[in-house]
Design a protein around this ligand. Structure first.
Ligand SMILES: C[S@@+](CC[C@H](N)C(=O)[O-])C[C@H]1O[C@@H](n2cnc3c(N)ncnc32)[C@H](O)[C@@H]1O
Length: 195
């Protein structure tokens, strides 16, 4: 049984599981650490549970709902979460994030699932936000391709990165949020606070 967070991290990297970049993770954890009101978190895109375990470890009363569509990832996430004895505070849901329904309100909503669906997730989860709720989006650079499409010769990647760019441009102008974009942190992170 895996019972060490570094081992979970290293196994994920070896298996090419797209866990958050280390500096992006550090940024997100610092943000949560510095905002003591953040307790209830929703995460779209669990992968193997690495980011949710890190977030849950910040304070003893953090509660996390995390959503994963891939059954194999979900299974591994459950094992990893149990290995950290966090199953009472991290609730993993096997479904498409865009179909997840709950009446809960969250302090922070971390969007890290299908990149082409960010607009959909944002509109869907606004009902679970209050003024002050923080949305965090990762991968708004997508390895630099969003701002430099020539880096990719793959048609589907180009279509996806066009969608990311359109989402990012609209988010920065969206008056419902106070948004800050950090292009050089992680894979491009935006923090959007509901007004
Ligand atoms: C970038 S990884 C998440 C990494 C994780 N947040 C971390 O840093 O440890 C994205 C995950 O989202 C999942 N995913 C993709 N589309 C999804 C969807 N529609 N609903 C839920 N999860 C989805 C993928 O299977 C993948 O495991």
């Amino acid at each position: 049984m895996i019972n060490d967070l570094k081992t979970i991290h290293d196994h994920a990297r070896e298996d090419n599981i797209p866990i958050m970049k280390d500096d992006g993770m550090a940024f997100l954890l610092d943000y949560i650490r510095n905002h003591e009101n953040i307790r209830d978190i929703l995460e779209c895109g669990t992968a193997v549970g690495y980011s949710s375990i890190n977030m849950a470890n910040i304070r003893w009363d953090m509660q996390i709902d995390t959503i994963e569509v891939d059954p194999e990832m979900y299974k591994q996430a459950l094992l990893n979460i149990e290995s950290q004895n966090l199953q009472g505070r991290i609730h993993c849901h096997l479904c498409d994030a865009a179909e997840f329904e709950t009446d809960k309100r969250y302090d922070l909503i971390f969007i890290d699932a299908a990149k082409s669906q960010y607009r959909r997730y944002l509109e869907h989860f606004l009902r679970n936000a209050l003024p002050g709720t923080v949305f965090v989006f990762d991968n708004l650079q997508f390895h630099g391709i969003v701002d430099d499409p020539q880096l990719s010769h793959n048609r589907s990647t180009l279509q996806m990165t066009r969608k990311i760019k359109s989402f990012r441009d609209k988010l920065l102008k969206d008056e419902r949020f106070e948004t800050t974009y950090y292009p050089d942190i992680g894979d491009g992170i935006a923090v959007a606070i509901v007004k």
